[in-house]
Design a protein around this ligand. Sequence first.
Ligand SMILES: Nc1ncnc2c1ncn2[C@@H]1O[C@H](COP(=O)(O)OP(=O)(O)OP(=O)(O)O)[C@@H](O)[C@H]1O
Ligand SMILES: [Mg+2]
Length: 636
Amino acid sequence: MSINARQETLSFQTEVKQLLNIVIHSLYSNKEIFLRELVSNASDAADKLRFEALSDPALYEADSNLKIQVSFDAKAKTITINDNGIGMSRDEVVENLGTIAKSGTREFLSRLTGDQKKDAHLIGQFGVGFYSAFIIADKVTVQTRRAGLTAQHGVRWESNGEGEYSIANIEKATRGTEVTLHLKEGEDEFLNDWRLRSIITKYSDHISLPIQMHPLETADKKPAATEWEAVNKATALWTLPKSSITDEQYKEQYKHIAHDFEDPLVWAHNQVEGGSLDYISLLYIPAHAPFDLFQRERSHGLKLYVQRVFIMDQVQQFMPMYLRFVRGILDTNALPLNISREILQDNPVIPKLRGALVKRVLDMLDKLAKDEPEKYAKFWEQFGKVLKEGPAEDFANRARIAKLIRFSSTHTDVPLQTISLDDYITRMKPGQKKIYYITAESFNAAKSSPHLEIFRKNNIEVLLLSDQIDEWFVAHLSEYEGKGLQSVAKGDVNLDEIVVETPSQKEEQKKQEEQVKTEFDTVIKKIKTILNDQVKEVRISHRLTSSPSCLVTDDQDMGLQLQRLLKAAGQSVAEVKPIFELNPTHPLVIKLKALSNEEDFKEWTQLLFDQAILSEGAQLKDPAAFVQRVNKLLLK
Ligand SMILES: Nc1ncnc2c1ncn2[C@@H]1O[C@H](COP(=O)(O)OP(=O)(O)OP(=O)(O)O)[C@@H](O)[C@H]1O
Ligand SMILES: [Mg+2]
């Protein structure tokens, strides 16, 4: 086959152009990271080759000694990073270097503010990769050939990082990728042996294949162009004894695998060898949630190695969804080398490994909560909502997960979620058997809910739940440490056990209640007739002290907030009618009782009912009618 040079000039995808601009400007103060990014890509390329070669050893083309070589030419002002990894075909070059395939790219770009500092932080979460070359280069040349294709299938890609790039077919004898940076004016500091070596050891020491440079020139010896020596340690970091690894190395390892620019919040490194389940895990929790944490199609999962050989990225089987923020490495001897994504589904070892890893993460979080509460608060702020998915997804671990959850409550009355169920239990009243909570649309709706009145009066703490996931969470956690979770908006409240009273006081109270009940009997019946199909029941309330009315549901019925959430999510929900409760001591209710005009009675009843709906944070079916009614009554 003859070489068809097929030189073309193509434009970058719009997103690439935008990103290039931002990268060059906001990361300029941190220029040396270009080398980390390019080395990281070369290392990924070697991993990919190793994996493909498991089923097709011919891809090695008799050269299985994978490495990365970094060199520079002071005269030409170039730096070259060369690898013998998987390489790219022409189509792959166009796809990988001309477009950004990440999901959510558009949304990501729309969040950039133009404020360099903030943008740099966001870019860190997104990953800039290859384009960081343009921070210091005004021209980048990539020559590459995919493993397995013939020498004629080499490709040259070139761009000055503005709007376009050129692409041409070339002949390339060796497989892999060579990236040459033509440095901008004023970037000569990088044309220096020591400088490059120190960047490599700073950022890439943990890379498991050798990163080579020419030996240093000495007074009596000028090394030949074919001489190379490794600059990094080149052993897989996670296989080293924990005591020999520095925090810096752990952090750089994280940045490489998580494609993050920021240090991780915490990590846990475990080497379990010799047992029935051989594995090494190195698990990290990022300091910040990725911008697409709640996007369903978002990729997550661990990097899987079998006997030190890289197998796959983003293997989701080892982490449940509620721990999807965890990044890291699993290296195990318990799986066969030829494992594929499909086989991974039903290998019996997987659930065991998964169980062990989940335990590792929960242990790590426990420890963080205990030893470093400030860091734990940061974790909670970033990932708390995700962890709350836990009890529904992982029934077996629900008690351990529940221990890690943090809430707002009437104890602090602020939105910040800092209270654990254990904290709550220490403040429970003598005789209190249940953990009380309320769910609402927003923190304010929860905090000011009429359902809390009797609890506030008696100084009984109530958890204030207002995250969307909370309804789901409490639906799957019926108890904690033997104490049932009870919604204050469900069922009848009976605080007799807690609000200690002498038997005679109790007797007295009962008598009073009976009396009120008889007094209001006709009124309640009348209201029931008026509201008819809008309510399940009308009754005298034992939970209100300052509001005239509220809505509750029966213990076994679905809560009103959950009904609203499901409806908003487009699900059909069998309507459960609320129970309408009235406060017999409230002046409005007393006034209602005294009304003799039937028409007025009707108006007042509907008004009190609508008010109860509104204080739930819910919407009225006919808001205009409500306004008219209020106006009419105001003018009376
Ligand atoms: N040395 C290389 N060998 C083979 N393919 C490469 C090489 N460098 C880059 N690529 C390809 O180009 C793509 C884009 O690289 P880039 O570094 O921008 O993104 P990434 O590595 O996928 O993610 P990140 O932005 O987190 O670095 C890579 O996914 C890979 O497919
Ligand atoms: Mg990259």
